[in-house]
Design a protein around this ligand. Structure first.
Ligand code: HEM
Length: 402
């Protein structure tokens, strides 16, 4: 009957109109996808780039399965040598975001066994001081667990296997059932056991702010989940006196969070100097259980053997189903004496440390280690130049992630 009606002249007009509308709709959707792909934040200036107007509806996007990491091995794959510091004269305060391929979301390497053991001990010893999920964030934390259970076996097949109920870690022998209810532990703790990163989830509130409502922060060194849990993004940063936050970062970050899409993952790197060798918590700034921690308690001028380079590779993505923003923090932690062996590093690091203004220097604790560190780096740089290193070649020799 319907078919017969469609063969009449008015039926044909109706069909043609529907067909035209479909083409127009497809064109609009394709164009939106294209614009969304182009939207980006410039990494060096921190300025916003070509952005769409408002937050995405967190539906219809499904995370793709990544290809296996080429030749990855828990014994042989070394941590990437992030050396994310720049020559002076001026330390630029920027968001420093760049887009990364979705395949590169989580980085694992031969440090996994150490991170895994440190994390298990921290979950055991410190419990909800380090791991917590607000009831409102349980769907998001469960979604993060599902995302990891799909991503990791595809990306690191020699380490993980997807099972009918979840994921197995072939190296540790752990088996995680992510379907059973109740889950055996906070889903954020399970997520953290699967990766080397610390993990946080921020959920949008009716007033448009984002709050930290789930986290497994085990190896952060200088900050505690218990101090920041439930806070808005702005309060997280202002309570920590992040230098120049209000004038240089707050506005851009707010917009970035509003406009972040599920299909684009962003990353940023930072660096700190630490004057003790503890990855989970830097005791030099005080006990982890002290009411207030600060660089003021640190011992001054410790010998160079106690100076460590700490650098985080952070990622930000919006989870497709719940729309929560997932923040990952992977720490790379090496003795200064080790990285100072690398060509150009002592000279560039010394220049970077000298380029911090007073606020940045105070935040990063330079007063406690500056003299020892800079005289050591200057000496090492001098040795490299004496041995024939041509500093004019640095820009050319330097490649990401150095
Ligand atoms: C666009 C995203 C973000 C930007 C540009 C940003 C920027 C910064 C900067 C510049 C600092 C100072 C240390 C450094 O150089 O890294 C900092 C510190 C910090 N950020 Fe962020 N951040 C972002 C997202 C987040 C998120 C999602 C969290 C959620 C947990 C977070 C938590 C912190 C904490 C806890 C500190 C240390 C504060 C303290 O010292 O007490 N950040 N952030």
């Amino acid at each position: 009957m319907i078919l017969a009606n469609l063969q009449t002249p008015s039926g044909i007009i109706l069909l043609a109109t529907l067909f035209g509308a479909c083409i127009a709709m497809n064109y609009i959707l394709a164009r939106r996808r294209k614009i969304a792909q182009l939207s980006t934040f410039q990494s060096t200036t921190g300025n916003k780039g070509d952005l769409l107007a408002k937050a995405p509806a967190p539906i219809c996007f499904k995370s793709q399965s990544p290809p296996a990491y080429p030749d990855w091995s828990v014994d042989r794959t070394k941590p990437l040598p992030y050396r994310a510091f720049r020559h002076g004269p001026k330390y630029q305060i920027t968001m420093g975001l760049r887009t990364i391929e979705p395949d590169e979301w989580i980085e694992l390497d031969n440090q996994f066994p150490k991170f895994h053991a440190d994390k298990a001990a921290r979950i055991e010893e410190r419990g909800d001081k380090c791991v917590k999920t607000h009831p409102d964030a349980i769907p998001a934390a469960t979604e993060l667990l599902e995302e990891l259970a799909s991503y990791l076996p595809a990306r690191y097949p020699s380490m993980f296997k997807r099972t009918s109920v979840g994921i197995d870690n072939l190296w540790s022998g752990e088996s995680f059932n992510i379907l059973e209810r109740p889950l055996r532990e906070d889903p954020m703790a399970t997520c953290a056991r699967l990766v080397q990163d610390d993990l946080a989830l921020l959920l949008e509130q009716p007033d448009g702010t984002y709050r930290l409502l789930a986290g497994c922060i085990l190896l952060a060194g200088f900050w505690r989940l218990s101090d920041k849990f439930g806070m808005s993004l702005s309060d997280i940063h202002t309570s920590g006196d992040v230098p120049h936050f209000q004038e240089k970062l707050e506005k851009g970050m707010t917009k970035f969070f509003q406009r972040l899409k599920s299909h684009t993952i962003y990353s940023r790197n930072n660096y700190f100097i630490q004057v003790d060798d503890s990855l989970p918590w830097s005791h030099s700034i005080g006990s982890e259980d002290a009411p207030v921690v600060s660089w003021s308690t640190a011992e001054k001028n410790k010998i160079i053997q106690h100076h460590w380079f700490r650098s985080e590779r952070q990622s930000l993505r919006r989870l497709p189903k719940t729309g929560a923003v997932c923040f990952t923090i992977r720490t790379y932690f090496l003795p200064i004496k080790e990285i100072a062996q690398e060509d150009y590093v002592p000279g560039r690091l010394a220049s970077a440390v000298r380029s911090w203004d007073d606020d940045v220097a105070r935040y990063k604790g330079r007063e406690k280690y500056g003299e020892v560190l800079l005289s050591y780096l200057d000496r090492k740089h001098g040795d490299q130049v004496k041995n024939g290193l041509d500093v004019r070649g640095e820009d050319e020799a330097r490649q990401f992630p150095w």
